[in-house]
Design a protein around this ligand. Structure first.
Ligand code: MLT
Length: 262
């Protein structure tokens, strides 16, 4: 996979297909660009699909945390510059959605369409912030496997866990292989993030929201609420899917993006 220098780090990315307005997909915590395999394969017939590894993930450079959403948005802006890209369709999954909000606040002119994928605008509660720190320390003391053990049953719906071992294995591998500094950097960065709710009524680009109907991390009600506030929004609920709706029901998830963009 290619690598480019941006914001003083090496960023690895997947780049497939062609088209004037590329789709740029941001992965969630603590995953990497491999989560977009099915979407990149399917959508690259019609669009250019680019999926970077965020700082501290996959094959991108690891730096000490915390990784604030603003830092990751600055990385993205420099990444787009380095690739010579102007406007993009920006898709953010969960933590990637938090980064997409931070990016839209800073650079709305670069966003042609917004894809808010199993995400939410609210910041962490005080209790959730404490949980982030506990988890960061767990990652530092026991490694990514301990995080995967706790996270996988929440990321996937019960049916996926019981019947789709390939998806369980893929998600477990991404989390286990994520550098510990990346895991902790995300957690401490997410705990620091502000509220993006004020952005919602001011989002002026066509926006697609996708959420798994059994998502327990960013439940459908949160996407329904966002869709009622964002002026030009469409919401698709993916059936038979938890938080990782793109992996659990890829046909419905990818179909929603394709329909929206055509
Ligand atoms: C993610 O999938 O990126 C995370 O679940 C987001 C979060 O923990 O808030």
């Amino acid at each position: 996979m290619p690598t480019v220098r941006a914001n003083d780090i090496d960023i690895a990315y997947r780049d497939q297909g062609s088209g004037d307005v590329p789709i740029v997909l941001l992965h969630g915590f603590p995953l990497d660009k491999r989560m977009w395999e099915a979407q990149a394969e399917s959508l690259s017939g019609e669009f250019r699909v680019i999926a970077p590894d965020l700082r501290g993930h996959g094959e991108s450079q690891v730096t000490p945390g915390p990784y604030t959403m603003e830092l990751l948005a600055d990385d993205l802006n420099a990444f787009l510059d380095a690739l010579g890209l102007g406007q993009v369709t920006l898709g953010g999954f969960s933590m990637g959605g938090y980064v997409a909000f931070a990016f839209y606040r800073k650079h709305p002119e670069r966003v042609a369409n917004l894809l808010l994928l199993d995400t939410r605008p609210q910041p962490d509660s005080e209790e959730a912030k404490g949980g982030r720190e506990t988890m960061a320390q767990l990652a530092e003391s026991e490694g990514g496997a301990a995080i995967a053990e706790r996270l996988v049953p929440r990321l996937l719906c019960a049916d996926t866990v019981a019947n789709c071992q390939d998806v369980v294995d893929c998600v477990t591998a991404m989390i286990t292989e994520c550098p510990v500094e990346g895991i902790a950097g995300d957690l401490r960065g997410m705990a620091l993030r502000g509220d993006s709710s004020d952005l919602l009524p001011n989002i002026s680009v066509p926006t697609l929201l996708v959420v798994g109907d059994q998502d327990v991390i960013t439940p459908p009600a949160e996407s329904q609420s966002m869709a009622s506030i964002i002026p030009n929004a469409k919401l698709v609920e993916v059936s038979g899917a938890g938080h990782l709706s793109n992996l659990e029901n890829p046909d419905a998830f990818t179909g929603a993006i394709r329909d929206f963009l055509s």
